[in-house]
Ligand binder design. Structure first.
Ligand SMILES: Nc1ncnc2c1ncn2[C@@H]1O[C@H](COP(=O)(O)OP(=O)(O)OP(=O)(O)O)[C@@H](O)[C@H]1O
Ligand SMILES: [Mg+2]
Length: 237
């Protein structure tokens, strides 16, 4: 199944930090939220899914195959970083078509794909601007368009809404849901916001100090009972 993620007993060490024995299955087409404090390992978890690190233990399977055994161009995993990481020396249009160029798509294909995505995300008016001239919300849309250009079957979004004002956030929630409906991709997103996790996801994982403490259906997030540390994280004890 396209977009399936299976993490089996996966551990990885980054400096003094350890992501510990993660077990998680995310079904194709699911929207999964990762909640956790700063430094809990949320970004390391997403980077592990994309295949950036060899695990100390365990494995990560994408559609049943070990991620490191799949050629990068065939992984079909899109990653939108916390700080968007747009190419500063390229205009918006060139940021969006960069990956298509790397995949040797024709100029016509590049332009059609970019125009469609810019229209979908409402950013056609900034196509000739450089990233340094954009607002946070615009940067985020460009980063999303750049990632979606390659038709990922898995979309990893690292704190996609945290830098946005409340009104823009609301708009982006809807846009993410529209993208999910249109592209049928699996979405894993990181957030600090319980309400956001509940509103957008099917299930939520709570990551504390490198451990995935619990996985719960998002509509049960605030009614379930948990171990002490999760209760504290949720601000209940
Ligand atoms: N390359 C690295 N070298 C050393 N330590 C690292 C490296 N990458 C991550 N870490 C450490 O791993 C821990 C988890 O980092 P991570 O970026 O995953 O946290 P996070 O949950 O995404 O936090 P935030 O909400 O602030 O983004 C941190 O203590 C960080 O300093
Ligand atoms: Mg992070």
């Amino acid at each position: 199944m396209q977009g399936d993620i299976k993490i089996e007993n996966f551990s990885v060490t980054r400096g003094k930090f350890r992501l510990k024995n993660i077990n998680l299955k995310i079904k194709s087409g699911e929207i999964f939220a990762v909640l956790g404090r700063t430094g809990a390992g949320k970004t390391v978890l997403l980077e592990s899914i994309i295949g950036m690190y060899a695990g100390k233990t365990g494995q990560i399977l994408i559609n049943g195959k070990m991620v490191e055994g799949i050629a990068i161009v065939d992984r079909k995993i899109g990653f939108v970083y916390q700080d968007y990481q747009l190419f500063p020396h390229m205009k918006v249009y060139d940021n969006i078509t960069y990956g298509l160029k790397m995949h040797k798509k024709s100029k016509k294909e590049q332009s059609e794909q970019a125009e469609n995505l810019m229209q979908l995300l409402g950013i056609s008016y900034i196509k000739d601007q450089y990233p340094c001239t954009l607002s946070g919300g615009e940067c985020q849309r460009v980063a999303l368009a750049r990632t979606l250009a390659l038709n990922p079957s898995i979309l990893l979004l690292d704190e996609p809404f945290s830098a946005l004002d409340p009104a823009t956030k609301q708009k982006m929630y809807q846009e993410i849901l529209n993208i999910h409906e249109k592209f049928h991709c699996t979405i894993v997103f990181v957030t600090h916001d319980f309400k956001e996790a509940q509103l957008l996801s099917n299930r939520v994982g709570i990551l504390l100090n490198g451990e995935l403490k619990t996985i719960v259906n998002s509509n049960e997030l605030l009614t379930s009972s948990y171990e002490q540390d999760v209760e504290e994280f949720l601000g209940r004890k």
